[in-house]
Structures are given as structure tokens and as C-alpha cells.
Ligand binder design. Structure first.
Ligand SMILES: [Zn+2]
Ligand SMILES: [Zn+2]
Length: 386
């Protein structure tokens, strides 16, 4: 089949990727992207293409043979509210929104895999192509699951991937067990009584208490969690209603925590409440803690990791297929699917010169497209062997 030679497929995927890059859409607003994906899947001759799953999600289904096993391959479609710094002809045409995480590349790679598998088969069973919305919010996977994904499009296991800046193109990494962390967010509101900057003793201002609290929060990881547990507590914002000559009566401390086990997440919250209340009491002000859980931790299934390495060694130079040294304290919405079926999430190099993810100069490296599409196809064929 001449149209599926790697050079042609690479050129097509590059065109799709750059089209998606030029038209980035924020989470749950991926209307054009979803329509683009669904049109391509229909063009490839999939057995079923469902749109509007969990908002803007798309699920393509491809069946071959008589096998009753099903495997899911997943990509994410959403972009970020970042203004792109680029002179590329395919730079974002949607002001203030850009594909700064490479989800344009992930979508193009999964479309490439759909084209390969629809054209050449080589498996016995069902492949589900899942294009999820709103990964960056940690909401898109749940939206699809809540919309009946597992009942309407059942599958036994799932694979996903993410590009990785710093790792050379053509390199592949993953690991068994914990891979990516939970993300929790917090907001601590301190309420006192503002007043004249010249007379702090006559009011009950909140800024000094807030500074003490920011420092005290550092003891959660260093003095309250086991050194064997990986966790991060980051205060990212401190906002008050003070001004040049007026002490604040209100302070808000916001931040983000990362962990790999629900027990650790629960302990961070418990310690945060204790420290916030204790510190506030010491300064005779009130503290209110709002703690929310955004992403769950991602744990790879050991057997499927072995399968992924075996498939990767057929696509990548075996010397470039490696066990990731340590879990990452970034988070991934893919983890939500793993509450229902075992799965494996892998990383593909985006090049050593790549700008970091979520940077305004980031761009997906098109040289990685064929690796990703070929890996998806290889793992599907391996898991649904004839
Ligand atoms: Zn991202
Ligand atoms: Zn991403």
C-alpha cells in the first residue's frame, strides 16, 4: 500500500500536526480539533466514530478478525492559555492560546496509528482510539468516563504517551509503578483586621502571619512525611489587600502539592490544616483552608510496561529504549483511566534543544511523529496478536 510508506505518512502527519498547531483550542472547547479528528478517522474507514463523548471527546473503533479483546490507545487534544512566541508559518492563529504541551503532536501520532492499523490490520480484536479533551485541567478523562466511556466502548487495557523535551528524538522511556504524581491545589485565607501602616499594634494585620505560614508549610515535607515518600508542597501566590501605607486585613496563600499515594496526599492536607490553624492562632487571626484534588497519581502496570518495552524495541533503536530513572512530580489525566483498567504511559523524546513544556517558545518536534504512530500500532498488534 504505497500511501502508507513512512515518508508519506510522516508528511501527512506533519501537515495534520501543523494544522492543529495553528488552530489550538482550550480544554472542552476543542470543537474544530474534534471535528478534524473525526473526519480523518472516517476517511480511514474505521468501523465506528463517536463524537461528543464527555463534551468534545472522540472515540474511534477499529475491529479486525474475531478476537474479543480490546485495547485502547489515547491522545489528548487541548491547548493552553499561553501566548506563543514563534515565527513559524503554522504558529497559533488563536491569540493567547497555544499548543505548548505537544498535544497537537500526540493527536497527529494517534491519527497516524489509526491510519496504519486501518490500512494494514495485523491484529485480531478491537482497537479504541480515544481522543480526550481537557487534559490540562485534569477533567477530560473523567468527563468521558462519566459519559459512559467504559460501558459504551469497553476495553481491557490502555496505552498513552507524552513527548519529553530534553530526551533526544528516537528515545523511549517508561517505568513500572509510580510514573507521575497526584496534583492537589490549596488556598489558605487569613482574616485579621487591617489598618494604618504606622500603627500595627492597633490593628491585627495578616502579612507577617502569612509569611510565617509560608515558612511553616515547608516543614510538611521536611518534618512530617517519611523521607521515603516523594512529595512537593509549593506555595505559588501570596496576595493581600494591603497597600503602600495600609496593613492588610486579608491574605490569601495559594499553592500546589504533589504526591504518589493517596495516604500521603491526605497527610499533607491534615498537616496543612494543623499548621494553618496553629499559625493563625499564634497571630490571633482566623485561617480557612480549601484543599482540592485535581489529578490522581499515575501507576503503570508492570506486565504492560514489559509489553511496551518489547514493542518499543521493534520501533526504536533498542539502545534508545530505557527505564525511566525516577517518577516525575508532574501530573497526567491519563491516570483516571487506570482506575478502571491496567495501562501504561510512556515518554518519547522531543529533542535536546526543545523548549520546556508549557513554555511560550515550545514546539512539538515533527521528527518524533513516525516513532509515536509506529509505537501505538506496534503495541496494538502485539497485545491483539493474530
Ligand atoms: Zn501540559
Ligand atoms: Zn501534556
Amino acid at each position: 500500500m504505497a500511501e502508507l510508506d513512512p515518508e508519506t505518512l510522516k508528511r501527512q502527519m506533519t501537515n495534520w500536526r501543523r494544522d492543529l498547531h495553528a488552530h489550538p483550542e482550550f480544554g472542552f472547547e476543542e470543537k474544530r480539533t474534534a471535528a478534524f479528528v473525526a473526519a480523518k478517522l472516517r476517511e480511514f474507514g474505521l468501523d465506528d466514530v463517536a463524537e461528543g463523548v464527555g463534551g468534545t471527546g472522540v472515540v474511534g473503533t477499529l475491529k479486525r478478525g474475531t478476537g474479543n479483546r480490546a485495547i485502547a490507545l489515547r491522545a489528548d487534544m487541548d491547548a493552553l492559555r499561553i501566548s506563543e512566541q514563534s515565527s513559524a508559518p503554522y504558529r497559533s492563529r488563536n491569540t493567547g492560546v497555544m499548543h505548548a504541551c505537544g498535544h497537537d503532536g500526540h493527536t497527529a501520532m494517534l491519527l497516524g496509528a489509526a491510519k496504519l492499523l486501518a490500512g494494514e490490520g495485523g491484529f485480531d480484536g478491537t482497537v479504541r482510539f480515544i481522543f480526550q479533551p481537557a487534559e490540562e485541567w485534569g477533567r477530560g478523562a473523567l468527563a468521558m468516563i462519566d459519559d459512559g466511556l467504559m460501558q459504551r466502548f469497553p476495553f481491557d487495557e490502555i496505552f498513552g504517551l507524552h513527548n519529553m523535551p530534553g530526551l533526544p528524538v528516537g528515545h523511549f522511556e517508561t517505568r513500572a509503578g509510580p510514573v507521575m504524581s497526584a496534583e492537589d491545589n490549596f488556598e489558605i485565607v487569613l482574616r485579621g483586621f487591617g489598618g494604618h501602616a504606622a500603627r500595627p499594634h492597633s490593628g491585627n494585620e495578616t502579612l507577617v502571619a502569612a509569611c510565617a505560614l509560608v515558612t511553616n508549610l515547608q516543614t510538611i515535607v521536611s518534618r512530617r512525611l517519611s523521607p521515603a515518600d516523594i512529595a512537593v508542597v509549593s506555595v505559588t501566590e501570596l496576595i493581600t489587600d494591603g497597600t503602600r501605607n495600609a496593613l492588610p486585613g486579608l491574605a490569601r496563600i495559594l499553592g500546589d502539592t504533589r504526591s504518589f499515594r493517596p495516604e500521603v496526599s491526605a497527610e499533607i492536607e491534615r498537616q496543612m490544616r494543623t499548621i494553618a490553624e496553629g499559625t493563625a492562632a499564634a497571630y490571633n487571626i482566623a485561617a480557612e483552608v480549601n484543599y482540592t484534588r485535581e489529578f490522581v497519581p499515575l501507576h503503570n502496570d508492570a506486565e504492560l510496561v514489559e509489553a511496551a518495552f518489547a514493542a518499543a524495541k521493534k520501533i526504536f533503536d533498542p539502545g534508545n529504549v530505557a527505564v525511566a530513572r525516577e517518577p516525575m512530580t508532574a501530573s497526567e489525566d491519563f491516570a483516571r483511566f487506570l482506575d478502571h483498567v491496567p495501562g501504561c504511559f510512556v515518554f518519547l523524546g522531543n529533542g535536546e534543544a526543545s523548549a520546556p513544556l508549557h513554555n511560550s517558545s515550545y514546539d512539538f518536534n515533527d521528527d518524533g511523529l513516525v516513532f509515536g504512530a509506529s509505537f501505538y500500532a506496534a503495541i496494538a498488534r502485539q497485545r491483539l496478536g493474530i
